[in-house]
Design a protein around this ligand. Structure first.
Ligand code: SF4
Ligand code: FE
Length: 491
């Protein structure tokens, strides 16, 4: 297993084409806008090398028996699924932001299930290929960017019906030794911080969409890949030479758009090539895992925000007010509900024919659906507790200015025991998570990441057996005289 430092060094060896603010970035590792997001990924390595967390942060490879970082592990039990959620909460607490590594873990697990199913049904040899690839990922402790979301163009048209055929990533050439692909994947978490990109289709496909039913993995610096860095609210603060005005002084998240400009993929790295009926199972399994993930990471970030709200209440001298205490209770109630959903869908998981354990898909959707709402309410309460200074406080540079800093210090003091700077730091942290750099991960990603709210509602409608529930009611009301239908108990 690599350490965080070794991971950062390994990134320097890549020759990626990265653009940010209209310019090519030759050294992404040391760029001030990018580096905080790299620090977050590095934390996923450090935690595995920390003896206090070894039990949840490492696992035993089911292929080699070696101890590996859990982020490269294929879940072998419901205990593995539960430990994953605990690990994500731990890292959310440690970084206060998105640490970007779960998308890779979730795509590896989804591929282990679907490549096996494809081989069973079609007689293909994808599973063995995938296992060889997985060994490479585990042995080198790699970061994989799980890339699913296509630009999608006109949403009412299928991939093959789009005016521009590249709006979904597709195979443009089939060769004896591999395929050539063209297209883009958008909103890709941690893309620039990855060693590998794992591409998956983004939706159901029909026969006409065959060339869009494609899955593969390529090193992140493969020729033809271009990364265009996503903006985040307040990102320029990282270029101001300030510290606490960033809110989170060390860590950050990252999204990027990836362009595949006729990229060659050798056959041994192709895991789906035209088998359109397996596009949906791959999306379905990946989404289920990622909807589970949010029950961990978002609660960890929620812990940080709740802690910040309690601190600012203390610094303002209102910590003992019953209204404040009640709001903190409500924030914790919401946060622990999210965690409960993450744990529940894991504990109720089951073994698939491949041997990989999958979460309870209905409960994973319930988990994510709550994530589309509760962080917003937690943020609302944090803003309520923080007060208006959250959005009106002068900058760090004003505070440190030799002429006027003393006024900021004097008039923005809360309780006398706490330095004004600490009060401002805490407000900036709340700002970061609520509406600044960190809000990308804590708010809008909570809404749309791993599927927008409506996609969970569709799954809930599909997975709940309503006929069964209606029958239960009719039997108990005496409308139907027969025996109660066999009672179903969720595991
Ligand atoms: Fe992991 Fe959460 Fe970031 Fe998704 S949002 S990659 S689950 S930390
Ligand atoms: Fe995500």
């Amino acid at each position: 297993m690599k350490t965080g430092e070794e991971y950062i060094e390994s990134l320097r060896k890549r020759k990626m084409v990265v653009y940010l603010f209209g310019e090519e970035v030759k050294n992404p590792v040391d760029h001030p806008v990018i580096r905080p997001s790299i620090n977050s990924v590095a934390a996923t390595y450090d935690v595995a090398n920390d003896s206090r967390h070894r039990d949840i942060a490492t696992a035993k490879s089911h292929i080699t028996g070696d101890t590996i970082n859990r982020f490269t592990h294929i879940h072998q039990s419901t205990e593995d699924l539960v430990k994953k959620v605990k690990l994500l909460r731990l890292l959310g607490r440690k970084t206060g932001t998105c640490f970007q590594r779960c998308v890779g873990m979730d795509s590896l697990n989804a591929l282990s299930i679907v490549t096996f199913e494809m081989d069973q049904k079609l007689g293909t040899e994808y599973y063995q290929r995938f296992i060889e690839y997985l060994k490479h990922v585990q042995e080198n402790d790699l970061i994989c960017c799980g890339a699913m979301t296509d630009p999608k163009g006109d949403r009412k048209l299928r991939p093959s019906q789009q005016a521009d055929p590249d709006l979904y990533l597709r195979i443009v050439e089939r060769r004896d030794d591999g395929i050539v692909v063209r297209g883009s994947k958008v909103h890709q978490t941690g893309a620039v911080n990855s060693h590998e990109v794992i591409v998956m289709p983004t939706r159901t496909m029909r026969k006409d969409d065959k060339n869009y039913a494609v899955s593969f993995a390529v090193p992140s610096d493969t020729e033809g890949l271009i990364y265009i860095y996503g903006r985040q609210s307040c990102d320029l603060r990282k270029l101001e030479g300030v510290e606490y005005d960033m809110g989170n002084v060390k860590y950050g998240g990252q999204e990027a758009m990836i362009i595949f400009d006729d990229v060659f993929v050798p056959s041994e790295r192709v895991f789906m090539c035209g088998e359109y009926e397996f596009a949906w199972p791959l999306v379905d399994n990946f989404s289920a895992y990622h909807r589970q993930s949010y029950g961990g990471c978002k609660t960890g970030v929620g812990d940080v925000l709740i802690g910040a709200a309690a601190n600012i209440a203390e610094y303002n001298g209102v910590a003992e007010a019953s209204g404040i205490k009640d709001k903190i209770v409500e924030m914790n109630h919401l946060n622990e509900t999210l965690y409960s959903c993450g744990i529940a869908c894991s504990a109720a998981g089951s073994r698939t024919p491949s041997g990989t354990f999958i979460v309870d898909i209905l409960l994973a959707n319930i988990c994510k659906h709550n994530v589309t709402r509760f962080p917003y309410e937690i943020v609302r309460l944090a803003e309520d507790i923080a007060g208006g200074l959250l959005v009106t406080a002068p900058s760090e540079k004003d505070f440190k200015n030799p002429q006027i800093g003393k006024y900021v210090d004097k008039y923005l003091k809360g309780i006398s025991e706490v330095p004004t700077e600490n009060r401002l730091r805490m407000l900036r942290l709340i700002e970061n998570i609520s509406m600044g750099l960190g809000s990308v991960g804590y708010r809008t990603e909570s809404m749309h990441g791993a599927g927008s709210p409506q996609s969970q509602r569709i799954m809930i409608e599909r997975l709940v057996d309503m006929e069964y529930k209606k029958k239960l009611a009719k039997t108990i009301a005496g409308i139907e005289k027969e025996e109660l239908p066999k009672l179903k108990i969720q595991k």
